[in-house]
Design a protein around this ligand. Structure first.
Ligand code: SF4
Length: 795
């Protein structure tokens, strides 16, 4: 099971780190089961809201403030969350509501947030103990607006068992008109004493939006104010929080309408206007000038820009994102000159509302720009998801250092001049120099032709300049855009990819996180085992220049010569890793055929099943069978046609075999295919033997080895299917010349029903009949009728 989806939360870690240092940005969203009047949103509305968080905001975990709901409703939401591949946390306000108390272990929680409106230590202790009993991490959000406060010792005894404790004086997601009350000096004193003690007890304490001068100096590291708050991994992603805050004001119908509009996303695409207009306008100085002016004025309403800024645009239309209170700067004389001025809420309207009646004392000294510079004794807690993200970030930094070392210390192995690449499907203008001008009147993406065909590890470097574009970087296919914003008129971009496909993007030598486009697929964590990079630019303002591209591919000579590969077997596997193992073993045991003429191109979604572990094991035990990894973002988990078409770029063979992950091949099938390959363009077996569950389990458990007793296993089949589907070869085994697959791509539906049949039919209609391997039948492993890309049949 994927680490993120593991129900074992014990890997969650405590650590002592300076504020924000090495810590990931927030990846937590929030949805609410009810509005401010206590009226419930429907379960469909909650599912849409959750999908908004996964597709648009790309969070990996969601707090569900679930009051007045039933365990059955939670279970339905949980099942949906699993399909969205996110973890749920329960946010509870009414601790007297016991609906979930007994069922706590069955809720499959990432953690629980106790956010009571009143401070009752008895109820808090009861919930904390219950969660602890079942190893569920606990976060607590304590109100600071109580008139009577509990004693310090009993408070320490209660909260030292929690993983994270926050203090707040604001009221979020609760009914009533009053949104905050100024904390009394007694409650601030209690907060300070408790924070000091909990720091010693290694609890992660956060003082939310409390001015520094109201916090004891040794607790300054615990303060999180204003914008800093939304940069900390422990908090909500700003967009998700802001949307929740506003939707909370609306009823079910209006909330649904707003969510529908958010979800109706679209992406920018290249525009034909460039190809039609550019050749015509060059040389016509006045027309050219006016068009550039028009282009410049319209640049910021581009589709891509809207895609990046979608949250903001939609939010404005629905008044969902009022300017945040800390963005409304209020001149506060007392705070001017204070060294916390930039980090504190002292200069905001929020401060005026909450603390204007309290005395503030400015601190002298050099102004502090980030919370990382505030001395801290704070203990940080990372849940299992943030722990993983943190390590990923560390790995990226190591890759960035490696990229700098390579590019500074060694000469490039190849230089690609501007004559070695063109702008694909676009007007190409070259004025004879060593620079390529990327002119554009449209707002979408422009990509170059393929720069090289490379196997990681490698390093690429190119300089962009002379103009400005919204995003610049590299494209590795429709699902993998590694780009970052252009923030100046010239940037040197470096991309370093290690041997396992992990990468780091550097802009002017500084590590940057690739841009996530709202509504588009996530930026991939890893890149495939063979790559065809292209330069990618989005929303060019007039024109941008690129230079000679430098490639460090130091191990190029040592890398295998791929011309030996005749057959590439593309397998898409996102759920059936155990069956995939049987399929791969049947490939590794091919007889009377040179195994080094074969490669497997495995398209998979990291974490969806155990495919990565299986590849590692196969590479270790069968090094002669080349396996190319093609990881896809989880958004493509149901898009088999898309995965096949994109995987073709990673395949090196002159023949492509499309093989289902639940098929076991006869040990001589590639010898048979090879024997007819000279005179064929499309090859398929005569049919398939459908195996019983019993035989399937015996193969999966290794009790029976198909490469040793293929005929005996075949004789046990419960059904034989011969030339099914009106004689059109189906997708369980289609071996086809590469150039034909390039001309006839698979249909890219969000299901796979019928796509293999339509593909076969079109190929046969256009290029002639398929060659059948007479008497050859593959074994189809049973999968008990479970869903497989939309089909529930054993077809
Ligand atoms: S900025 Fe103002 S409120 Fe904040 S610590 Fe300084 S004086 Fe106090």
């Amino acid at each position: 099971m994927d680490e993120k989806n593991s129900l074992d939360n014990t890997a969650a870690a405590h650590d002592v780190v300076p504020e924000n240092a090495d810590a990931p940005l927030p990846s937590r969203g929030i949805i609410l089961s009810h509005n401010r009047k206590g009226r419930a949103y429907g379960i469909t509305c909650l599912k849409k809201w959750m999908r908004l968080n996964t597709t648009l905001f790309k969070v990996e975990k969601v707090d569900v403030a679930f009051s007045k709901g039933s365990v059955d409703e939670w279970t339905e939401l949980l099942e949906f969350a699993k399909t969205e591949d996110i973890r749920l946390s329960l946010r509870i306000q009414n601790l007297q509501d016991d609906t979930f108390f007994d069922a706590l272990p069955e809720l499959e929680l990432l953690d629980i947030l106790l956010a009571p409106e009143t401070l009752e230590l008895g109820a808090l202790s009861k919930w904390i103990s219950r969660a602890q009993e079942h190893k569920i991490p606990v976060r607590v959000l304590l109100p600071l607006t109580m008139r009577s406060l509990p004693g310090l010792e009993e408070s320490v005894a209660c909260f030292k068992a929690a993983d994270a404790v926050s203090f707040t004086w604001e009221k979020h997601f609760s009914g009533g008109r009053k949104k905050f009350r100024t904390p009394s000096s007694e409650s601030l004193q209690w907060m300070n004493s408790l924070t000091r003690r909990l720091n010693r007890e290694k609890v992660d304490v956060t003082l939310l939006n409390i001015p520094y001068c109201l916090v004891d100096e040794d607790n300054h590291g615990n303060v999180l104010c204003g914008e800093e708050l939304f940069r900390d991994h422990s908090q909500y992603l700003y967009a998700s929080w802001a949307v929740a805050k506003r939707i909370f004001l609306f009823g079910h119908a209006r909330a649904s309408l707003i969510l529908d509009e958010f979800l109706a996303s679209r992406q920018g695409r290249r525009n034909l206007a460039d190809n039609l207009l550019l050749p015509w306008v060059f040389g016509k100085v006045r027309i050219e000038g006016r068009l550039w002016l028009l282009r410049r004025l319209s640049r910021y309403i581009s589709p891509d820009w809207i895609a990046v800024q979608r949250e903001k645009e939609h939010a404005k239309r629905h008044k969902l994102l009022p300017v945040a209170s800390w963005e409304k700067t209020v001149r506060h004389d007392a705070c001017t000159g204070c060294r916390f001025y930039r980090l504190c809420i002292g200069n905001t309207a929020l401060f005026e509302k909450g603390f204007s009646s309290l005395n503030v004392t400015p601190f002298g000294g050099t102004p502090l720009l980030t919370t990382a510079t505030v001395p801290s004794q704070r203990h940080r807690w990372f849940d299992v998801i943030d722990q993983k993200r943190r390590h990923f970030h560390e790995h990226q930094r190591a890759l960035a250092e490696e990229a700098l070392r390579i590019s500074r210390a060694t000469p490039p192995s190849k230089e690609m001049t501007v004559l070695d690449y063109a702008i694909e499907d676009h007007y190409n203008h070259w004025d004879g120099g060593d620079l390529k001008r990327w002119f554009s009147l449209s707002r979408g993406e422009m990509i170059s032709t393929v720069l090289a065909r490379i196997t990681p590890p490698f390093t690429l470097m190119v300089t962009f300049g002379g103009g400005i574009a919204e995003q610049i970087g590299f494209s590795f296919g429709r699902h993998a855009k590694i780009v970052c914003p252009m923030i100046d008129y010239s940037h040197k971009l470096t991309l370093h990819v290690d041997k396992d496909g992990y990468y780091a993007l550097l802009r002017d030598g500084v590590l940057v996180q690739p841009t996530e486009f709202s509504g588009a697929s996530r930026v991939p964590e890893r890149l495939p085992g063979i790559l065809e990079p292209r330069i990618s630019m989005h929303n060019v303002d007039g024109y941008v220049l690129t230079t000679t591209l430098l490639l460090w591919d130091q191990e190029a000579k040592a890398k295998q010569d791929l011309s030996r590969i005749k057959y590439s077997v593309i397998i898409v596997s996102v759920r059936y890793a155990r069956r995939l193992q049987a399929a791969l073993l049947s490939l590794a045991h091919q007889k009377n055929f040179p195994l080094d003429a074969l490669e497997v191109v495995l398209a998979y979604v990291p974490g969806a099943d155990g495919a990565e572990d299986l590849i590692d094991a196969m590479e270790c035990r069968f090094p002669q069978l080349r396996i190319v990894r093609v990881p896809f973002p989880k958004e493509y988990v149901r898009s088999k046609g898309f995965m096949i078409n994109e995987s073709l770029h990673a395949a090196s063979g002159e023949w492509i075999t499309l093989l289902d992950a639940d098929i076991v091949l006869p040990p001589d099938i590639f010898a048979r295919v090879d024997a007819v390959s000279e005179k064929s363009h499309f090859i398929a077996p005569d049919g398939r033997y459908m195996l019983s569950p019993d035989t399937t389990h015996a193969i999966l458990l290794g009790e029976r080895k198909p490469w040793e007793e293929y005929d005996a296993i075949a004789a046990e089949a419960i059904e034989t299917r011969h030339h099914e589907a009106k004689g059109y070869p189906l997708g369980f085994f289609q071996c086809i010349r590469r150039d034909i697959l390039e001309k006839v791509p698979y249909q890219e539906f969000n299901h796979f029903e019928g796509a293999d049949w339509f593909f076969s039919k079109e190929v046969i209609d256009r290029f002639g009949d398929a060659t059948r391997l007479s008497g050859v039948y593959v074994l189809h492993l049973d999968h008990e009728g479970r869903q497989w890309y939309g089909t529930e049949k054993h077809r």
